[in-house]
Design a protein around this ligand. Structure first.
Ligand SMILES: [Fe+2]
Ligand SMILES: [Fe+2]
Length: 358
């Protein structure tokens, strides 16, 4: 992105900063001088976990996170071309929660492309979600970029169709973070076959952006920060010059580079998860590149949530995280090393010591 555009863009987001930094991801896609492609922005909202309490009541804090994100998107100048919703709009996948979440989302002015999360899926295997939103995986092209939306939270048929006492028992088994009765997520063969066919028509120099819920990489199995057939999906993406995977689910900053693929997590509107290594009994498989954020401060409702805008320079993606109660962060693609780096905190001596709560 040219400097002038960058300044204008920041000026345009001034209203947002005044309104409060919120868990929205504004994505700027820039192709650089001489490119036939047109720059554009899209926004990304994820993981609202709308929770139904009965009698038309919903958990207030999760509602507020999504309401604020929607308000910010509507304040954005320029308006994003479209919005990606990254999954887990519901907590337990019920009709009440999905309908309420979509009602809150209906206030945005741009088109929304939805990604399926496990919290949306494991009650009725995505039937209500599908009846409201359409197919669980699909692709589309926008101003020179090929976007692929995957349902990455499927699992083995044996687990899904085992004799659960109720559908809600299945959901509760999958909804837990430390998930002892759950099952690893996967994209699955049917969808991989579809993806292979879908990508056949795309030229090698077309930038690809994949939106998934779980990371299409293996980070920590115990919490399902994991997709079991990640390598098989990565293989299908190998022949392209520039590939970015943007995912929700982990509710925290993570970034990585595997071969030609850059990986970036987006923030949740609901709450932050700790990093797996926060619990000493859990071995950490965090990507080596990731500089961890401090754990969220429970006294700040929106702490360790945030929004980010993203620049794509000729198909390489930079994320700029705007964080209400943490220092802002930028994770920028370094063309020399071919990896994303945190341009302020990557060096060990510059890191912020962990935050302690009493
Ligand atoms: Fe989530
Ligand atoms: Fe999730």
């Amino acid at each position: 992105m040219k400097d002038l555009n960058h300044r204008e863009f920041l000026k345009g987001t001034g209203a947002l900063v005044v309104a409060g930094a919120l868990p929205v991801s504004l994505v700027k896609v820039a192709f650089g001088a001489g490119s036939a492609n047109e720059d554009f922005t899209f926004a990304h909202i994820s993981d609202s976990h709308i929770s139904y309490l009965g009698k038309n009541k919903f958990v207030r804090n999760w509602d507020r996170g999504l309401i604020r994100a929607v308000a910010e998107v509507n304040l954005m100048t320029p308006q994003p071309d479209f919005i990606i919703y990254g999954g887990d709009i519901a907590q337990l996948g019920t009709k009440e929660e999905i309908d309420h979440g979509l009602e809150l989302m209906s206030k945005v002015r741009s088109k929304v492309h939805y990604v399926m999360g496990e919290h949306d899926y494991y009650v009725d295997l995505g039937k209500h979600w599908e009846s409201r939103l359409g197919p669980q995986w699909y692709s589309f092209d926008h101003k020179g970029i090929h976007f692929v939306v995957l349902n990455s939270i499927l699992t083995y048929d044996d687990w899904t169709h085992k004799n659960w006492p109720t559908q809600m028992d299945r959901m509760l088994a999958m909804a837990r973070l430390d998930n002892p009765g759950g099952s690893p997520f996967m994209v699955g063969k049917e969808q991989r076959d579809w993806l292979k066919k879908d990508l056949k028509k795309v030229s090698k120099d077309t930038p690809i952006v994949v939106c998934s819920h779980s990371p299409i990489q293996k980070i920590f199995k115990g919490w399902n920060f994991w997709t079991d057939d990640a390598e098989e999906v990565q293989t299908l993406l190998k022949r392209f010059d520039k590939v970015t995977v943007i995912y929700g689910h982990v509710h925290q900053i993570q970034y990585n580079q595997i071969g030609n693929i850059s990986f970036h997590a987006v923030m949740a509107t609901a709450w932050p998860w700790p990093y797996p290594s926060t619990y000493s009994q859990a071995p950490s498989y965090m990507p080596e590149l990731t500089v961890k954020m401090n754990r969220g401060d429970p006294f700040f409702e929106r702490d360790a949530t945030g929004w980010q805008f993203i620049n794509t320079h000729s198909g390489n993606v930079d994320l700029h995280y705007q964080l209400p109660n943490n220092q802002n962060r930028s994770v920028v693609f370094d063309t020399k090393t071919g990896k994303p780096v945190d341009n302020k905190f990557q060096s060990v001596k510059n890191r912020i010591p962990p935050q302690t709560h009493y």
